[in-house]
Design a protein around this ligand. Structure first.
Ligand code: PLP
Length: 385
């Protein structure tokens, strides 16, 4: 099998797996809330991981990191955890970009039902947030929180102007959250430079384990957060329930490794190789990003007049895993909301696939997969063209 769906989930980095292994096998055991030596060891392991995550994103303090069950929970917590404060402060509007992940969009639907004002900010044809649209929304409404993703999971497009977005938000009295689930580990991130108040990340997107993530919350904003999972006082009262120590250790190890790793450079090489291989065949295709503002590991390709579903089935039969829009919305027949928000037609969206590379993808796999992709596109075009 050739696995080119690393944006859906990517294998754990071996060293991260080795680090968490004693905790998942039970060789090391302990509840971080316990006072005895085993509890202390677990507490120290969690603290060490928190330091690594904080370093990875440039947080000022380890106390700004809340461990969660993954990107979805981090996104949910960012919006719903701040909602009571927003309501109280009279700024109960939330503005989000049109291309957000459903972890944000579906949370907005719930908050809308609960009486909050939800505003959708359009993007341009390159997938970049319409800055004037954002300004207009913030000036005419009482928005207290904006959420704009750092990198899109379907196209890989990076919001290059996040610092400008942050400035506009802050000038208009709104806080800024970014869903950086696809970006963390794949580009340099510093929350201070980005100017964001909250940031979501997820372990299984950059070589950590599944089911673990974190929400960065700037210290002052942390004081306004309400937990969405209630119980004990874990995570300084922000997220109850015993910490998943093994997964946290794995996340911390992955966070440390990727800081000294040339992963973005490596995956960019694979992405370029894939495009070059494809160009060697007589298939025309469109790359859904410009040459610069994209993640190094995600390649969104459109083959006009070729149904993505049929194409992916043929690729799967050939042993190559790729995906249509994001894995989370796969199975739904509606075209990608991301591409349609970028002004593409439903037919265009239905002819688009995502190829994504990881630390363990080899050049040979890339060449083989590109060859098979070209063959299958030509096959489908000859059948239906
Ligand atoms: N946000 C983005 C941009 C994603 O791509 C994903 C997963 O694909 C999520 C959030 C959800 O993350 P998780 O799978 O860790 O819940």
């Amino acid at each position: 099998m050739i696995y080119l769906d690393n944006a859906a989930t990517t294998p754990m980095l071996t060293e991260a797996w080795q680090k968490m292994q004693p905790w998942s096998s039970g060789n090391l055991i302990g509840n971080p809330s316990s006072l005895h030596s085993a509890g202390r060891a677990a507490r120290n392991a969690v603290r060490e991981a928190r330091v690594s995550v904080a370093n990875l994103i440039g947080a000022r303090s380890v106390d700004e990191v809340i461990f969660t069950s993954g990107g979805t929970e981090s996104d949910n917590l960012a919006l719903r955890g701040l909602a009571p404060y927003l309501k109280k402060s009279g700024r109960n509007g939330i503005a989000v970009s049109a291309i957000e992940h459903h972890a944000i969009l579906n949370q907005c639907s719930l908050l809308s039902d609960l009486g909050m004002g939800i505003y959708i900010i359009p993007v341009d044809s390159d997938g970049l947030v319409d800055i004037d649209g954002l300004k207009r929304t913030l000036e005419k409404s009482s928005v207290g929180l904006v959420s704009v993703m750092l990198a899109n999971n379907e196209t890989g497009v990076v919001q290059i102007n996040m610092d400008a977005i942050a400035e506009i938000c802050h000038k208009n009295g709104a806080l800024l959250h970014t869903d950086a689930v696809q970006a963390v580990g794949h580009m340099d991130i510093d929350v201070k430079e980005l100017g964001v108040d909250m940031l979501s990340l997820s372990g299984h997107k950059f070589g950590g384990p599944d089911g673990i993530g974190a929400l960065y919350v700037q210290s002052k904003v942390m004081e306004q957060m309400s937990p969405i999972i209630l119980g004990g006082g874990q995570e300084r009262g922000n997220r109850a329930g015993m910490e998943n120590v093994a997964a946290i250790v794995g996340l911390g190890a992955a966070s440390k490794i990727v800081q000294s790793y040339e992963l973005p450079k490596y995956s960019l090489g694979l992405r370029q190789l894939f495009i070059e291989c494809l160009r060697g065949y007589d298939v025309d295709f469109i790359v859904n990003s410009d040459n610069v503002h994209h993640l190094s590991n995600i390649l969104s390709l459109t083959f006009l007049n070729v149904g993505a579903e049929a194409l992916l089935r043929l690729m799967d039969a050939d042993g190559v895993c790729m995906s249509a829009a994001s894995a989370c919305s796969a199975g739904s027949l509606s075209p990608s909301h991301v591409l349609t928000a970028m002004g593409r037609s439903p037919e265009y969206a239905r002819s688009t696939i995502r190829v994504s590379f990881g630390a363990y993808t080899t050049k040979m796999e890339v060449e083989e997969a590109a060859t098979m992709l070209a063959k299958n596109v030509l096959r489908l075009r000859s059948m239906y063209g």
